[in-house]
Design a protein around this ligand. Sequence first.
Ligand code: MTE
Ligand code: MO
Length: 502
Amino acid sequence: MQTRKFAALAGLAAAGTALGVAEIVAIFTGPATSPLVSVGGVVIDSVPGEVKDLAVQIFYTYDKLALTIGTLVVLAAIAAGIGVLAARRRLWGYIGIGLFGVVGIAAALSRHNSPWYAFVPTLVGAVAGAAVLRWLLTHEAGDNATAEERRWFLRAAGYTLAGAAAVGFFGRWWSTRRGVEADREAVNLPTVAPNSVAPLPPDADAKVPDLAPFVTPNKDFYLIDTSLVSPQLTTEDWKLRIYGKVEKELTISWAELLQRPMIERYITLACVSNEVGGGLIGNAKWQGVRVADLLAEARPRAGADQVVSRSIDGFTAGTPTDVLLDGRDAMLAVAMNGEPLPVQHGFPVRMVVPGLYGYVSATKWLVELELTSFADFDAYWIKRGWSAKGPIKTESRIDAPRDGSSPHAGEITIAGVAWAQHRGISKVEVRVDNGAWQQATLLPVPSIDTWRQWTLKWQATPGQHRITVRATDNGGDTQTDAVAPPDPDGATGWHSISIEVK
Ligand SMILES: Nc1nc2c(c(=O)[nH]1)N[C@H]1C(S)=C(S)[C@@H](COP(=O)(O)O)O[C@H]1N2
Ligand SMILES: [Mo]
């Protein structure tokens, strides 16, 4: 008979083995079939919108890492309990592992577009876990055990757990790396006709230290999505289906998409969950095919006021059809800052629509455009309480000096960004303490679809200061000072920073 401590350890080693082996099998069946990934996905899709928003607020873009670690901690506690039960009666242990297996298999099979063999990683993992439990528990490590026997048990359980962790990390790493990276690197981007390129004004960037660069490098671009591991979709497997309320259904392959006329545009993408002053916004040069061209071929029928873009993993965004047809540069993008879309940013194809928050427009790993109506269908975040329409609100942010910093007295440059995509920014004003609003210098922009840098020179005097910014768009509307949270249609308020000048 095992002592509780040893039995709990056996349970941990069994669960670790199950998860580690499942990750290895998922190298062959795809990362989305791993039980950790599919159960995590079910959790993400089931939590109410407010919980997700809270998670983003607390963990920022590390929310998914937090979810994985939290899940592992909960699993470890349950696994230890199963070990203790199994030491009393072996059968209880097998039932416990079996229940886990059922949950994992149900989750894996329930995921959008999951292959029929999605149950295999969990099944193989559960069998391996049960075998380890049985093996460890047949060895005596209870009150009657010799010191020798106990040492053996500790070592066996410890090595099993460490081995399972190593194998699990390797499996996850391999299954996501192996995925589509090679396919992505082999992509040859078509050149864009010279008259379809939006040139970047040479002085769009003020290059002030701490100020966000005008073009956000891909590696620094914020990441927000509901997937625990990015879908791995090759260009060969990629197809776009345009259907629903259309005169002519279309299916387009990757090669066919690349043959179409392409545009290249700077467009600033923003997340509705961005807090005032936050970093869930970035500006990139996108290359792609105009959505309007594709819709013109499919010919939307009367009443099709919503285009639902659907990702391979089932995420959906609903965009007003008239927005896609009003002449703006909404596109199906294949490139970001001159390279094929990074996998996390939607490889091989995503949508980008100037002027709308990402949750209603920027579907990554895009495979379907369904013409429907707002009355007939609620997209992913709309079901969770967010607003059906998501035009980006006029906002501005102070990047330099940094909030809480202590610059030296004398002339300093206050600088930041302001945005009102597809309306454009006409004015940025800065206020120091309770002084008058001073007009900042606006840097040039390629179009009204990007954010705009601004700067203001200031003679900093020693002491505590509070600096506030507000922007005005080309329609003459000034950013409201009314403070609102991101939920349900975007945060508002003025961004302020506090500094101590020395
Ligand atoms: N497939 C998929 N596409 C998605 C999402 C998602 O969860 N799944 N999130 C959207 C949201 S809320 C935003 S803000 C943008 C973020 O794009 P990025 O991660 O490339 O910055 O992607 C959008 N596209
Ligand atoms: Mo978002």
